[in-house]
Ligand binder design. Structure first.
Ligand SMILES: C[S@@+](CC[C@H](N)C(=O)[O-])C[C@H]1O[C@@H](n2cnc3c(N)ncnc32)[C@H](O)[C@@H]1O
Length: 302
């Protein structure tokens, strides 16, 4: 049987070209002149083995393990790795750098979301910017587009999150932090009612007159975000469940997820922001657990 050898360098035809010191048949390419063997006894010269070394190294395996698994000397493994300086091992997940779904620091939550789910690493648009607590002194890049229905600081444009002055499919990442309180106290009227903490929160952030209004605003806003986001764009939605008139739990985060999926988003992740502050309502009886946490949903436009 005549063995047909194809050049490993250029794919050309090879002819017999002498023997090595151990009497193995050598071949020479008629096209490029490179000398080679039909079978490599020295594993590291085999290009598939070399690729395997780099693959294993990239996925974080120590050199000693790669050497044992592939039957290649450790020095040779080091040499192959040195020849490919761009190939870097992935950082191992440790207790220190693991991304957790639970945090007590909202800047940390946002940084984790950007790290895991936003390849560009920053937010393009915040339509409920308020005074920008998410970005101030946090190391989180300010968004290019800052909107609010009631702008409070310079640089924020007046816009309703249900009708944004942005083109279709024009941004990659949007942060949404709407009011979550439902109350009959008139919202966004510019007057502080009393000075207890819950009223200060209402005054500062606004609130909805009814559950239906909250649901409508959330739904219409999400439809608008679907319009302005690129395919695979990321919507980060901060929300909070609440108790209505001490009678009924409003599990907003469930409603939001169902609506987002209906619109065409994929629920990619969910982060929980815990609060260590304990604000008391003054009620005598308690019927539901007090909510000391908020959620950050991560939705991807399908
Ligand atoms: C919870 S605050 C946002 C806080 C902000 N993330 C921060 O870190 O400072 C909610 C904001 O949404 C704004 N808002 C309420 N309804 C809105 C609407 N329909 N369109 C745009 N902004 C709205 C309020 O004026 C308020 O500033």
């Amino acid at each position: 049987m005549v063995l047909k050898i194809i050049c490993k360098n250029c794919g050309g035809k090879c002819v017999k070209g002498g023997f090595d010191s151990k009497s193995n048949q050598r071949y020479k390419c008629v096209e490029c002149g490179v000398r080679q063997f039909s079978k490599y006894t020295y594993n590291a010269y085999d290009s598939t083995k070399r690729d395997n070394v780099l693959e294993l190294y990239k996925s974080g395996h120590p050199k000693i393990d790669i050497a044992k698994t592939l039957g290649i000397a450790r020095d040779t493994i080091s040499k192959i790795i040195k020849e490919h300086p761009k190939v870097k091992p992935q950082r191992k997940i440790t207790k220190k750098n693991i991304v957790s779904s639970l945090s007590y620091n909202q800047h940390q939550v946002i940084k984790n979301i950007l790290k895991l789910h936003v390849p560009q690493g920053f937010i393009d648009c915040d339509p409920t910017y308020s005074i920008g607590n998410f970005y101030n002194n946090s190391g989180i890049q300010q968004p290019k587009y800052k909107f609010d229905i009631m702008p409070q600081i310079k640089g924020v444009k007046k816009a309703d999150c249900r009708e944004l002055p942005l083109k279709d499919k024009s941004i990659n990442c949007l942060m949404f932090d709407p009011p979550f309180v439902v109350s009959t106290v008139p919202p966004l009227n510019g007057k502080r009612r009393g000075d207890n903490k819950s009223n200060i929160i209402r005054y500062r952030f606004g609130c909805f007159k009814s559950i239906q209004e909250l649901k409508d605003v959330y739904l219409k806003s999400m439809k608008e975000f679907y319009r302005v986001l690129n395919n695979k764009g990321v919507l980060i939605f901060k929300c909070q469940d609440t108790v209505i008139s001490t009678e009924k739990n409003l599990f907003s985060h469930v409603q939001i997820m169902n609506d987002a999926i209906e619109i065409g988003f994929r629920a990619k992740d969910l982060f929980i922001l815990g609060s260590k502050n304990r604000v008391l309502s003054g009620h005598v009886t308690q019927r539901h657990a007090r909510k000391y946490h908020a959620y950050f949903w991560v939705f991807i436009k399908k």
